[in-house]
Design a protein around this ligand. Structure first.
Ligand code: NAD
Length: 496
């Protein structure tokens, strides 16, 4: 393996896996830890506190106490803004360290953890900081003898449970609106990617966030995650993860205190290319780049490529020609486009789906194999299937790996029907120069975000979330404030 400056830095980076509760780094209450290895090459990164019920109890109590005392919740918005702005600045100032932790922890290329993950997390925190002293409450149009105020109040303690595919960004999408509105937070990062969440909490403290306001309890989902989601002292859960676990979040709420549950779940997004779209090169590049970005481990990856049959052969050939440019490489090499899958389990899952595609009769056009096994890491080639039917497993289930399925369609009605024939509804994309068709199809698609003639645009200014079993609630934009605030009506009588 050729050495890069990032390898030298990686040798010196320190991994502190202790929880962060009440402003202090602490071991798990029973002293237990779990081992964390890097998906890049299997190297041991360190021991991480194995948070459980007892740790969640302490963290929720710390968060509740901070909230009730008002050390953050009753700060004026402008004061919260200043602290969160400093937090965002500290994230940016720690860019290399955070990016390295993220890459070593979950396997994405360093070029993207430096250019996408760290800046996006910082921008998210800064954006909510900027927003919080610019949102106003309402006064209802009542008669002269009354005044009815409609105000938003922080909810209290927010439990944030997040996945490993964009650990920092997913945490920031919860932290930004939850903290800006004055809540306290207990964050449970994925057991597969705990390190950046813990470091973020240290940076928040350095920025002036009072102790107890932002706590991190690492651990397994069925232990720390379940304890948090069942806790009667938690007012809302902001969850991002699989639909399977999202379902459990609703059960936990039903079994405990009916806490609000905001689920951001999986996807099987359709990317529809009509034969009137002229720049097939651009469409093919966008499909491949969006699919293989982050090793295909993106909830909004356009994993179902619906192509009109008149151009399908030509289009598949273009995507096939692009696939080798996403060949997995060393994530610490700045030229690498695609890195390692998060762990052995994910590798097995992806290879299992590839085998099932072949067994069900799809045509493997390119890829399909594990590579770089000698590194000790988990890498799979960019994989393209043609001749996929929408009832095959590779078209119905979220693979969360670099596997793109081409489904051919005859006409617009069939394209819409196929796209909507999914339990998911996160994103979709329509490619057409026909303005009526573009609008018609965009309206007909049952998805939280529809792209027209592109797939890359994304910004903190717009909501992100799904229809159907892709979730409820929306991360990002001012709409996210609705999730972490209660709406209060206050009636006042005015004697005239
Ligand atoms: P996951 O559901 O396995 O785990 C997510 C989090 O939940 C982790 O922190 C995990 O420890 C915890 N968890 C697991 N079981 C739990 C339980 N029984 N009780 C409480 N917590 C539990 O998902 P993952 O594999 O980490 O992430 C991949 C999934 O996330 C994909 O389905 C992807 O589509 C989805 N995702 C969605 C979005 C979105 O915004 N819609 C964004 C990113 C990822």
């Amino acid at each position: 393996m050729s050495r890069t400056p990032w390898h030298q830095r990686a040798a010196n980076v320190s991994f502190d896996g202790r929880a962060l509760i009440q402003g202090r780094r602490v071991e798990a209450a029973d002293g237990e830890t779990f081992e964390k290895h890097s998906p890049i090459d299997g190297r041991r990164l360190g021991a991480v506190a194995r948070g459980r019920q007892a740790d969640v109890e302490v963290a929720v109590a710390a968060a509740r106490q901070a909230f009730e005392e008002g050390r953050w919740s009753r700060q004026p918005p402008a004061a919260r803004k200043r602290v969160l702005q400093r937090f965002a600045e500290k994230i940016l100032a720690s860019k290399d360290e955070l990016a390295l932790l993220e890459t070593l922890d979950m396997g994405k290329p360093i070029r993207y953890s430096t250019s996408v993950d760290v800046p996006a997390a910082a921008r998210c925190i800064a954006w909510y900081a900027e927003a919080i002293d610019k949102v106003y409450d309402e006064i209802a149009p009542t008669g002269p003898q009354a005044l009815a105020l409609i105000t938003r109040e922080p909810m209290g303690v927010i439990g944030a449970i997040v996945p490993w595919n964009y650990p920092m960004i997913m945490a920031a999408w919860k932290l930004g609106p939850a903290l800006a509105t004055g809540n306290s937070v207990v964050l449970k990062p994925s057991e597969k990617s705990p390190y950046t969440a813990l470091r973020l909490a240290e940076l928040a403290l350095e920025a002036g966030l009072p102790p107890g306001v932002f706590n991190v309890v690492p651990g397994y989902g069925h232990e720390a995650g379940e304890a948090l989601a069942l806790h009667p002292g938690v007012d809302a859960i902001g969850f991002t993860g699989s639909t399977r676990v999202g379902r459990r979040m609703l059960e936990y709420a039903g079994r405990s205190n009916l806490k609000r549950v905001y689920n951001e779940l999986g996807g099987k997004s359709a990317f529809i290319v009509f034969d009137d779209f002229q720049d097939l090169d651009r469409a093919a590049k966008t499909a491949a780049a969006s699919m293989f970005f982050n090793q295909g481990e993106s909830c909004n990856a356009p994993s179902r490529l619906l192509v009109q049959d008149t151009i399908a052969d030509e289009f598949v050939a273009r995507v096939q020609a692009l696939a080798p440019t996403f060949q997995p490489g060393d994530p610490l090499d700045e030229t690498t486009e695609m890195g390692a899958l998060v762990d052995e389990g994910q590798l097995r899952t992806v290879l299992g789906f590839i085998a099932s595609g072949q067994e069900e009769g799809a045509r493997l056009v390119t890829g399909g194999r594990q590579v770089r096994a000698d590194t000790g890491g988990h890498y799979v080639e960019p994989t393209l299937f043609d001749g996929v039917r929408n009832d095959m497993r590779i078209a119905r289930e979220e693979i969360f790996g670099p596997v793109l399925s081409v489904i051919r369609f005859r006409d617009e009605a069939q394209a819409v029907a196929l796209a909507n024939d999914s339990t998911y509804g996160l994103q979709a994309s329509v490619w057409s120069h026909h303005i009526d068709r573009a609008h018609r199809v965009a309206r007909a698609l049952r998805a939280g975000t529809v792209h027209v003639n592109q797939y890359d645009e994304d910004d903190i200014t717009v909501p992100f979330g799904g229809y159907k079993q892709s979730g409820n609630g929306r991360d990002k934009s001012l709409h996210a404030f609705d999730k972490y605030t209660e709406l209060k009506t206050t009636w006042l009588r005015i004697d005239t």
